[in-house]
Design a binder for this molecule. Structure first.
Ligand code: MLT
Length: 256
């Protein structure tokens, strides 16, 4: 598993969204590492991490196990664990079997529910297309309007171009594997209800993939959950407005 590990002090592990890699956190890295140790892995099959055990049925549980193995390798007894969207699904999967390793939970633009049948069908068709045609020329174009908020799409051309480049850099087999793994994931409602650590739920006000209502539901489920709605961003707040994201995360982390 390819890991970027910078700074020192409180370990904060941030898991990336789909279909990108840990470079989505580059904009928050220098500010956050003034005060803590930021660890950002590439999920198997994406970024610079190889696709392991490709013959096994794709599962985010295996990604969560990779993350726990990374904790062991780095000697991390407990971390503050965060994830954006797919990264949040992985964080929730990890809580099911390694809750004792998590001192705090940060969920950005994600949701507790599993997919509807229609969502699964859509994922499998993206997975098949990636396998047969690769991802160049269609994946970024089809996903950017959902991933970036309306403000970023109109006012942040640099973010649009950088996101396109990041998506086009992902190996098609990793994209396909991740879609199949997300389609197979379980509902995490009871997992969140049983989460006895402080939790921050962040959501972009303009997020249309996992909107504010999904974030509110997670905060209702989490015994120690707090909500932060960030204005003028969509599904990827840390990428679209790193300063606002860092600000809200730093204030919340001051308690650890
Ligand atoms: C993501 O940003 O990780 C994806 O939108 C998650 C999903 O497809 O459910």
């Amino acid at each position: 598993m390819n890991v970027t590990d910078t700074g020192s002090g409180l370990p904060l592990v941030l898991l990336h969204a789909f279909p990108v890699d840990a470079r989505m956190w580059d904009g928050v890295r220098s500010d956050l590492t003034q005060e803590l140790r930021l660890i950002t892995p590439d999920q198997r099959g994406l970024g610079y991490s190889p696709l392991l055990d490709a013959q096994r049925p794709p599962s985010l549980n295996d990604v969560a196990a990779d993350v726990v193995a990374m904790f062991d390798r780095l000697g991390l007894e407990k971390v503050v664990l965060g994830g954006c969207s797919m990264g949040g699904y992985v964080a929730m999967a990890l809580l099911r079997f390694a809750r004792s390793r998590v001192a705090g939970l940060l969920l950005s633009d994600t949701k507790a529910s599993a997919d509807s049948v229609q969502q699964c069908v859509n994922r499998l068709s993206v997975a098949e297309r990636a396998e047969t045609q690769g991802t160049r020329g269609w994946l970024a174009e089809s996903m950017i309007p959902g991933l970036l908020g309306a403000t970023s799409q109109s006012d942040r051309p640099g973010a649009v171009a950088a996101l396109r480049a990041l998506i086009e850099d992902q190996p098609p087999e990793g994209v396909s594997w991740a879609q199949r793994a997300m389609a197979a994931r379980r509902d995490a409602t009871s997992t969140l209800r049983e989460t006895g650590v402080p939790a921050l739920v962040i959501v972009g006000e303009e997020d249309t993939i996992t909107p504010v209502s999904e974030a509110e539901r997670m905060v209702d489920l989490l015994p120690y959950g707090e909500l932060a709605v960030l204005p003028r961003v969509g599904h990827l707040p840390a990428f679209e407005d790193p300063v606002s994201f860092t600000d809200v995360v730093s204030r919340w982390l001051a308690r650890f």
